[in-house]
Write a protein of this length. Structure first.
Length: 526
């Protein structure tokens, strides 16, 4: 193959012209880092081959739309893939304040309710000053985007923790005051030592890991050889994993590190190494002293995000826990030997700084649109009473115009246990769990009775919420309807499905990257 070697910057400029979309240096670096392209040159000035880059795009990116439509049908609406966006666009500002399984990308909200969207019926738009409702508001994606557009919003969720995440995204803060409080806590956390041996242990362990991985898993070269089938990854990984365990166990004994906690009753007992648990309790004791309720909740979200990242699990299983991981292990995500976490300090510091940055970014985009988050059951809530009780100004707007529409992503039947995914936070903060009120949770499965219960639950939400909608309303439901339940739900709710928009779901976090789609249903009066 002819080599046409260029720098990463030159490669990004070429690729941007070739694909007619924005391609950054980071995009090219990612391809090298994960073995999709061979790296040439030294570490200080890495080079790539334009011919190889072109072949990569021909084999994947350029053909992806055709491949997906072949697998999922020609009715796939590729415009709704938003494949022109980078991850930083789909997780912009406060949308990444806290991980949340099951949330949709914010661009979907804009596409269906922004009156500047092209090639869409004007009748489906909401305008500045209208009210939108999300009866399954989760972490608040609809509410945040509505605020950007100057649209008032109301979110309802059965989970008190979900509501706290949404509220923290939407609060108006004295950000300098919050930043100062965070600096004080960060300094205290940096100085806190629950176990005086941890720092020395981690320093030596990291050094040994670095040497081992450099020898047996040499970065992009190893990954490239795996992708090309030159290495049996499973066999090789098991062998090297066992080899390093001897080093790890020697260091555990040398520094007298205690891995397991004394109890194994709660989530916090089971899924955290002993030193991590002690640090969590220390940070929690600090944030409880804050008297500003907005700042205290923002601090709680930072701590929650931190402890989620510090669970004793592999990187591949972070979203869906399997068994506690208390030893070093071969990481299928990073393709090297990784270790469990023994301290929260790095992640708390990183997330504290990231949160302030994201809140400042969103503050520059916020409008004076009102947002109301309510923890309640959308099947039974007296929404008018709640609005009147909690926000007089919003109630005045509601009395004049009622609610113009709904944009929501209901839970998918038998897919997620919404309370269980944040069990660590419920344990730490003491929120009351209401798992029994979830609609379509994973623990109920997908059998016939579970589907019947799901139809009843979603229909009950729509029937109840319809009472508060304006006459000419629009309802948008983002759903994975592989069981074809939504025609029954619409009929039971006395609604009519007027449009179906089938979108490809790209950039999924699961190891299974098979083509996958979801449907946005538009419903109106029957």
């Amino acid at each position: 193959m002819t080599k046409q070697l260029v720098t990463l910057k030159q490669a990004s400029l070429w690729a941007a012209g070739y694909l007619n979309k924005n391609i950054t240096i980071s995009n090219i670096s990612y391809l090298v880092q994960y073995g999709k392209l061979q790296k040439y040159g030294d570490n200080g000035s890495p080079l790539v081959n334009i011919v190889e880059l072109k072949q990569y795009y021909k084999s994947y990116n350029g053909q992806r739309e055709l491949t997906w439509k072949k697998r999922l049908g020609d009715d796939l609406n590729w415009a709704l893939s938003f494949d022109n966006l980078c991850e930083k666009d789909t997780t912009k500002h406060v949308h990444r304040l806290h991980p949340y399984k099951g949330k949709f990308i914010p661009q979907l909200v804009n596409y269906f309710i922004d009156d500047h969207t092209d090639n869409f019926k004007k009748a489906t738009y909401l305008k500045n000053g209208d009210i939108i409702l999300d009866p399954f508001s989760g972490s608040g994606t609809t509410l945040v985007q509505a605020n950007e557009l100057g649209i008032h919003s109301i979110g309802i969720d059965i989970s008190k923790f979900n509501c706290m995440i949404a509220q923290v995204k939407l609060f108006d803060y004295e950000l300098d005051n919050l930043a100062e409080e965070l600096r004080r806590i960060q300094k205290a956390v940096a100085l806190f030592e629950a176990n005086e041996n941890i720092s020395s242990f981690e320093k030596e362990l990291s050094g040994e890991l670095q040497k081992f991985n450099r020898k047996y898993f040499p970065g992009p070269d190893f990954k490239r050889r795996v992708y090309q089938g030159e290495i049996d990854e499973t066999k090789y990984a098991i062998d090297k994993e066992q080899l390093f365990l001897n080093v790890y166990n020697d260091l555990i004994n040398k520094y007298k590190i205690e891995l397991k906690q004394d109890n194994n009753k709660t989530f916090l007992d089971k899924w955290y190494i002993k030193n991590v648990r002690k640090e969590i309790e220390f940070v929690f004791s600090l944030l409880k002293k804050n008297t500003d309720i907005k700042n205290r909740q923002a601090l709680a979200v930072i701590l929650s995000r931190t402890i989620r990242s510090c669970r004793a699990t592999t990187h591949s299983d972070l979203a869906t826990l399997k068994e506690p991981q208390l030893t070093t292990y071969y990481c299928w995500k990073h393709k090297k030997i990784c270790k469990p976490l023994f301290s929260v300090k790095y992640w708390f510091n990183r997330y504290a700084n990231d949160t302030i940055r994201r809140l400042r970014e969103f503050k520059n985009l916020k409008t004076d649109a009102r947002s109301l988050v309510i923890s309640a059951d959308s099947r039974t809530i007296n929404l008018e009473h709640e609005i009147k009780d909690k926000d007089e100004k919003l109630y005045e707007i509601y009395q004049k115009n009622k609610i113009k529409g709904i944009f929501t992503s209901p839970p998918y039947v038998g897919q997620i246990d919404y309370h269980r995914q944040h069990a660590y936070a419920y344990d730490l903060f003491g929120f009351i769990r209401q798992d029994d009120l979830e609609i379509g949770p994973l623990y109920k499965g997908r059998a016939l009775e579970a589907k019947r219960s799901y139809i009843e639950g979603i229909s009950a939400v729509l029937i109840n919420c319809r009472k508060y909608l304006a006459d000419d309303f629009d309802i948008f439901l983002v759903a994975n309807d592989k069981n074809n339940l939504y025609p029954q739900i619409a009929d039971k709710s006395k609604l009519k499905i007027v449009n179906r928009f089938k979108r490809p779901v790209l950039n999924r976090t699961e190891r299974d990257k098979s083509p996958y789609s979801e449907i946005i249903f538009q419903l109106k009066h029957n």
